[in-house]
Design a protein around this ligand. Sequence first.
Ligand code: COA
Length: 172
Amino acid sequence: MCFRWLTENDLPALQKIFSQPQVVRFMSTEPQQDESQARAYLQSIRDGFASGDLYQWGLEYRGDIVGTSTLAGIERDNHHAEIGFALSPEYWGKGLMRRAIPAVLGFAFERLGLRRITADVDPRNTPSLRLLAALGFQEEGLLRQRYEHMGEIQDALILGLLRDDWTRDNGF
Ligand SMILES: CC(C)(COP(=O)(O)OP(=O)(O)OC[C@H]1O[C@@H](n2cnc3c(N)ncnc32)[C@H](O)[C@@H]1OP(=O)(O)O)[C@@H](O)C(=O)NCCC(=O)NCCS
């Protein structure tokens, strides 16, 4: 299992992941209807990387791209970014993201030198909240009725992980 850059060859896998309503229900994207939307999504990842405020890697597992993780809204001055993750539902609950995300956190804190990572999660998104708690994120506040997405109004729970917490908890 590893994170790697996404290429044109990954468009079918990207579309499979991001076409599923249960995957994107709590994300800031609509279900992809066809491969052209996956292509536009890949282009937005490349554009974000080129402008220096986004990393989005594919999670490769047994030869297939089964999910992605994102560092978005990277603020170099504030040493801050927002983390995101998505996995194809047939792989949910197997501990894949719990094992994979520490590599993203290590990259963020050690390579990018970030001081803080934020997660913005719907309070009903239990798998994400359990994953973030296991990684050491702390709940910091609730933004009520923050989003309108896929026909519903959604609250946003804000969680944070500091580099100080990460280095202490990982024995650095
Ligand atoms: C969030 C997500 C990436 C978690 O990936 P995952 O590999 O299934 O996570 P893990 O297997 O490492 O499990 C993390 C925790 O969630 C729990 N969990 C996983 N699937 C669950 C489910 N369907 N219902 C309830 N809990 C669940 C696990 O038991 C584990 O908790 P524990 O450590 O207390 O036992 C995945 O659920 C997903 O892609 N969700 C849709 C996208 C999304 O909402 N992204 C976040 C937007 S903020």
